[in-house]
Write a protein that binds this ligand. Structure first.
Ligand code: NAD
Length: 354
C-alpha cells in the first residue's frame, strides 16, 4: 500500500500529520503501508518553482493512492494563474485521470445541532454526491477574453461533455447507487443547455444496464432548493463538474462543518486522490485549531475505494464516531459554550479510539 502524502499549504501539514498517526497505528497492526511526502501548491512553488513539481507528480503516479491536505494562501494570490496553488490540484487531477469525485455528506447524530438546518430536516442525513471532475466548463476550449463587434471586452468559457465522458461517470454513479440504496438522481440543466440534453440522454441509456437502480433526473436549480428543503430525499446524486462543485459545497453545510467532510477522486482503475473538501484555512493555520477529522475520514475512503478494505475503513469511521460520542470537539464543531480541543489532541483521541 504505497501512499503519497502531499500536505500542501496552510493547515495542510497539520491535518496530514494527524492522518499519518492513523497510518502508523494501522502499520503497527500489520498493514503493509509505505508513505512518501512531496510538496504541492504553494509549497511546490516555494520548493521547485511550480505548484505541481514534476517529482511530486511522478511520486503520485507511482503510488497506489494519494492523500492531499489543502493548497493556497494569501502569499500566492498575486502569482500568475498558471503558477497559482490551485493549478497544482487541477493539474494532478487531470494528469492522473481522476474523473470521479465522490463526496459523502453525513450528519453524525452528535453534531445534529451544528447544522444550520433544523435537526428534523437533517438528522440521519447520509448522501453521496458524485461530481465529474475533468470536463465541463472548467476545461472546455475555447475560453478567454476578446473584444466583440461592438467594441466591448467580453469573457467566455465553453461547457463541453463528450459521450464517453458522460458514460464513464454515469457508470460510477449507478455502481455507487448499487452499493447503497439503489437510487440515483442525475442533475442537469436540460431545459436550457445542449450539453445537459446530451447528458440526460446518455445517463438514461447507461441506466438500461442497471435495471435495479431507480434513476431520476432533476434540474440543478431545483436540486439546489431541494437540498435545503428536504435533503433526505436524496441518496446518490451524479452531476457535472460545475453543478457538482456548487451542490457539494451546499451539501457540506448540511453536515455542520466542512472540517468533517472527506472526498475521493478516482480514476478508471480506482486509484485515487483523497482529500478533505475544505481549503487551507490560512486564518487558523499554525494555531493547532484545525479539525483533522475530514482528512482522517479521507483515509477511511482510501481504504474503502482504492484498497478495497472496507474493514479498515469501518474501523477508522468507528474511531471518529467514538471520539465524537466521547464529546471531543475542535472549535469548528463545538457548540457555543462547549469546550474545544486542538488538532493534536483530536489526533490523540482518534489514535486512542483506534
Ligand atoms: P477554507 O475551506 O480554507 O476555509 C473556510 C473557513 O472554514 C475558514 O474560516 C476556515 O478557518 C474554516 N475551516 C476550513 N477547514 C477547516 C478545518 N479543517 N477545521 C476548522 N476550520 C476549518 O476556504 P477559503 O477560506 O475560501 O480558502 C482558503 C484558501 O484555501 C484559498 O487559498 C483557497 O484557494 C484554498 N482552497 C483550497 C482547496 C483545496 O486545497 N482543495 C479548496 C478550497 C479552497
Amino acid at each position: 500500500m504505497k501512499i503519497a502524502l502531499l500536505p500542501g499549504d496552510g493547515i495542510g501539514p497539520e491535518i496530514v500529520r494527524e492522518a499519518v498517526r492513523v497510518l502508523d497505528r494501522l502499520r503497527h497492526d500489520g498493514l503493509p503501508i509505505e508513505t512518501e511526502t512531496a510538496p504541492i501548491g504553494g509549497a511546490g512553488h516555494d520548493a521547485a518553482g511550480h505548484p505541481l513539481p514534476k517529482a511530486t507528480l511522478d511520486l503520485a503516479q507511482a503510488a497506489d493512492a494519494v492523500l492531499l491536505g489543502a493548497v493556497g494562501g494569501p502569499k500566492y494570490d498575486t502569482l500568475p494563474r498558471e503558477l497559482r496553488p490551485e493549478q497544482g490540484i487541477l493539474g494532478i487531477r487531470k494528469a492522473m485521470g481522476l474523473f470521479a469525485n465522490l463526496r459523502p455528506a453525513i450528519l453524525y447524530p452528535e453534531l445534529a445541532a451544528a447544522s444550520t438546518l433544523k435537526p428534523e430536516v437533517v438528522a440521519g442525513l447520509d448522501l453521496m454526491i458524485l461530481r465529474e471532475l475533468t470536463g465541463d466548463i472548467y476545461f472546455g476550449q475555447p475560453r478567454g477574453r476578446r473584444r466583440n463587434a461592438a467594441g466591448d471586452d467580453e469573457g467566455f468559457d465553453t461547457m463541453l461533455y463528450s459521450v464517453p465522458e458522460i458514460e464513464r461517470i454515469a457508470r460510477v454513479g449507478f455502481e455507487t447507487a448499487r452499493r447503497r440504496s439503489h437510487k440515483l438522481c442525475s442533475v442537469d440543466k436540460a431545459n436550457v443547455l445542449d450539453t445537459s440534453i446530451l447528458w440526460r440522454e446518455v445517463v438514461t441509456r447507461v441506466g438500461r444496464d442497471f435495471p435495479d437502480v431507480a434513476l431520476s433526473h432533476m434540474y440543478v436549480d431545483n436540486a439546489a432548493m431541494q437540498l435545503v428543503r428536504a435533503p433526505k430525499q436524496f441518496d446518490v446524486i451524479v452531476t457535472g463538474n460545475i453543478f457538482g462543485d456548487i451542490l457539494s459545497d451546499e451539501a457540506s453545510m448540511l453536515a455542520g462543518s466542512i472540517g468533517m467532510l472527506p472526498s475521493a477522486s478516482l480514476d478508471a482503475n480506482r486509484k485515487g486522490l483523497y482529500e478533505p473538501i475544505h481549503g487551507s484555512a490560512p486564518d487558523i493555520a499554525g494555531q493547532d485549531k484545525a479539525n483533522p477529522l475530514a482528512t482522517i475520514l479521507s483515509l477511511g475512503m482510501m481504504f474503502r475505494y482504492t484498497f478495497a478494505r472496507a474493514d479498515v475503513a469501518d474501523r477508522i469511521e468507528a474511531a471518529v464516531r467514538r471520539v465524537l460520542a466521547q464529546g471531543h470537539r475542535t472549535g469548528d464543531i463545538a457548540m457555543p459554550g462547549e469546550r474545544s480541543i486542538g488538532t493534536r489532541a483530536m489526533g490523540d483521541a482518534v489514535a486512542a479510539a483506534l
